[in-house]
Structures are given as structure tokens and as C-alpha cells.
Design a protein around this ligand. Structure first.
Ligand code: NAD
Ligand code: ISE
Length: 335
């Protein structure tokens, strides 16, 4: 069976996911696209065999040919499309963040819970990345003992013009919050955000940021965001356990030794670093949707939990204090 997909938002990641759905993974066909910028949507559709261009995302969701929706528009627009997809009874893969406020995430969960079945998956692709899966396996196997500290480093060489102060938390560190919850199998309960000496390439941004979080069993988590670090896109992760440590391996294939140093190639951006994770993420989603199976990827609850941590982080950044995080009870649909 081929899953007929409609893609809303044909910007950078929308186009990359369309390439993935058409040329890399099996079992899917892109039959409709839509973007607030119709010129861009038409350009993308011209490269596809049979894709209709819709003037609005809502029109695309209502299209009878569209069996599942992929949302790749800007974060603040996610809620309207995810809720409309749920109301139409169509599975929806939504790029992160699930929505840009805690309340919007709660409205999405309320709509999904009213239907009684999981229809939403959030694009937290790190869960599909081979080094992260190996790290989780190491933690779960107990080889390093009980985790005590987790360090998550998130470095971008530069960020676009529209990137604001809070985006280091809500757009960038949101990945670290999700992957930490997943690696530790625990919720995060408090956050404190610290800004120190700024990177001169960062302009008005507070960059880098160091966040100190606590998990429900007391694991200390540090998240570093450095979004103007120039040398490349670099993702770090290390768990310190009672009996040892486990760290993500560098992704380069070739270790270069020159000028008294040894090193591996550093990727340019997230597309290169996580290319295989995005592929696996989509293949598993397509297999589950076409097989009529319960979704197992990041849920609305995961999107909500990451957003609650983001909101607390932004408060901590603005007020300079430690902020407690409270999620409430997890509905059975997401257990
Ligand atoms: P982008 O600016 O390149 O593309 C976004 C597109 O959405 C633009 O073409 C814009 O015209 C369109 N758009 C804006 N409002 C719209 C609306 N109301 N309806 C339809 N289209 C609309 O941005 P991007 O980098 O592709 O990011 C898009 C989303 O993907 C964001 O939520 C971002 O956080 C996420 N993202 C995730 C990853 C990841 O690693 N998982 C990486 C990059 C981006
Ligand atoms: C971008 O939106 C992503 O999701 C990337 O994975 C992340 O590294 C980057 O900081 C974000 O801006």
C-alpha cells in the first residue's frame, strides 16, 4: 500500500522531507503541497509527478486524496494544522516543536484524546539516530551503572536572521529536552538557564547558554547551546553513571592527523548530521500508518512535555531563577 501524503510548508526541511518521501523511503507518495508562499509551493510541485498545490493548509487536509499530513511550516502555525488533521481523522507528522506554547500543546492533546487514538507524531528525529540509540542501549543495559549526570551539547555554526533570543531554548534546545527525557526514561522537573560571556558572532543573542536541569530521580542535566560557533554543526551527549560514562561517538568516518592534532570531519548542519535518522523516522511512521498499527514515535505528550520545559526555560532566562516544571498526569493514551 502506498501512503498518499500532503506536505504543508515547503521551505528548507519541507523540501528535504519531500525528497526523502519520494526518493529515499518506500511506501509513500507526495500528492499535495501547500505553503504560505505559493510561488515556492508551485516550484516544489513542478518537480513532483502528480502533486496538487493547495492555497491553504486546511484545503490540503480536506483533500480526499490526502491520507496523511506532514507539517513543516513555522512553529506558531503547527497547532492549526495538527488540530485540523486530527479533526479530519488523518495521521499527522508534525515537525518540532509540536506547537509554540504549552496551552497550544494541551489543545492538541485534548483534540487527540477526544478521538481516542494516537494520530500525531512529532519530528524529534534524534530518537532514530544510530549513535543515540546506542547510547540509550548502553544506559538501559546498566553497563555504566545508574545515570547521575547527562551532558547535552548542541552547536550550530550560525543561525538565520530571524532567530531570536528565546529560540536557543524553544527551537534548538527543545531537541535536547526531548532526547534527555527519552534517554533517561524520566520527566524533567526543574530548569535554570545561565548566560555568561557572549560569543562576539552572536549579535543581540545570549549565546552560548548553559542550562542546568533536574530529572524526577535527581539526575543533573546540563544542556549547552552554542549557535554561532562557526567550526560546524556538532552534537554531543555524555552520560556519567555510577560506574562509568558513555558518550555519543563522533560521526566522521576518517580520523585526520595533521599539524600535531587528530580529528574527524564535522558536519555542516542538521541535514548532514541526522540524515539517516530522518530516513528511519519516516520509514517507521509510514510502516505504522499503512499497517494500521499504533504509533510508537514521539507523541503529543512528548511534544507537550518538551514545550513545558521550553516555557520554564524561557522564564528562567528572563527572570534568572530556577523554575520548577510540572506536567500533570500523563493520559493513558500516551503511556
Ligand atoms: P523555512 O523557513 O525554511 O520553511 C518554512 C516554510 O513554511 C516557509 O516556506 C514558509 O513560507 C512556510 N509557512 C509559513 N507559515 C505558513 C503557513 N501558515 N502555512 C503554510 N506554510 C507556511 O523553515 P524550516 O527550517 O524548513 O523549518 C520549518 C519547521 O521545521 C520548523 O518548525 C522548524 O523548527 C522545523 N525544523 C526541524 C528540524 C529538525 O531537525 N527536526 C530542522 C529544521 C527545521
Ligand atoms: C533547527 O530548527 C533544528 O531543528 C536543528 O536540528 C537544530 O540543530 C537547530 O538549532 C534548529 O534551529
Amino acid at each position: 500500500m502506498t501512503l498518499k501524503v500532503g506536505v504543508i510548508g515547503t521551505g528548507m526541511i519541507g523540501r528535504d522531507h519531500i525528497r526523502r518521501l519520494t526518493e529515499v523511503v518506500s511506501g509513500a507518495e507526495v500528492v499535495a503541497v501547500s505553503d504560505a508562499n505559493e510561488v515556492v509551493a508551485k516550484e516544489v510541485a513542478a518537480g513532483l509527478p502528480a502533486a496538487t498545490v493547495h492555497a491553504t493548509g486546511e484545503e490540503l487536509i480536506a483533500d480526499d486524496r490526502v491520507e496523511a499530513v506532514v507539517v513543516c511550516s513555522w512553529g506558531p502555525t503547527h497547532e492549526q494544522y495538527v488540530v485540523a488533521s486530527i479533526e479530519a481523522g488523518k495521521p499527522v507528522f508534525c515537525e518540532k516543536p509540536l506547537a509554540s506554547t504549552t496551552e497550544a500543546c494541551q489543545r492538541i492533546m485534548a483534540a487527540e484524546l477526544a478521538g481516542g487514538r494516537r494520530l500525531v507524531q512529532v519530528g524529534f528525529m534524534r530518537r532514530y539516530d544510530a549513535p543515540y540509540r546506542a547510547l540509550k542501549q548502553a544506559i538501559d543495559s546498566g553497563v555504566v551503572g545508574a545515570p547521575l549526570i547527562y551532558y547535552s551539547g548542541h552547536r550550530n555554526p550560525s543561525v538565520p536572521e530571524h532567530y531570536t533570543r528565546d529560540m536557543a531554548i524553544v527551537d534548538t534546545a527543545v531537541h535536547d529536552f526531548d532526547v534527555t527525557r527519552w534517554l533517561l526514561g524520566e520527566e524533567l522537573t526543574a530548569i535554570r538557564v545561565l548566560a555568561g560571556k557572549p560569543n562576539r558572532h552572536g549579535g543581540e543573542l545570549l549565546d552560548p547558554l548553559l542550562m542546568v536541569l533536574e530529572s524526577s530521580s535527581g539526575v543533573l542535566v546540563t544542556v549547552e547551546t552554542s549557535v554561532n560557533i562557526r567550526y560546524g554543526y556538532d552534537i554531543r551527549g555524555e552520560v556519567v553513571g555510577e560506574e562509568g560514562t558513555a558518550a555519543l561517538a563522533d560521526t566522521g568516518q576518517v580520523v585526520l592527523r595533521r599539524a600535531n592534532s587528530a580529528g574527524v570531519a564535522v558536519p555542516e548542519d542538521w541535514r548532514e548530521r541526522f540524515v539517516l535518522a530522518y530516513d528511519v523516522e519516516f520509514q517507521e511512521w509510514i510502516n505504522e500508518v499503512t499497517g494500521g498499527r499504533t504509533l510508537t514515535g514521539p507523541s503529543s505528550w512528548d511534544g507537550y512535555a518538551a514545550q513545558v520545559v521550553c516555557d520554564a526555560g524561557v522564564r528562567s532566562l528572563h527572570e534568572g531563577d530556577r523554575v520548577e516544571i510540572a506536567l500533570g498526569t500523563r493520559p493513558a493514551l500516551y503511556s
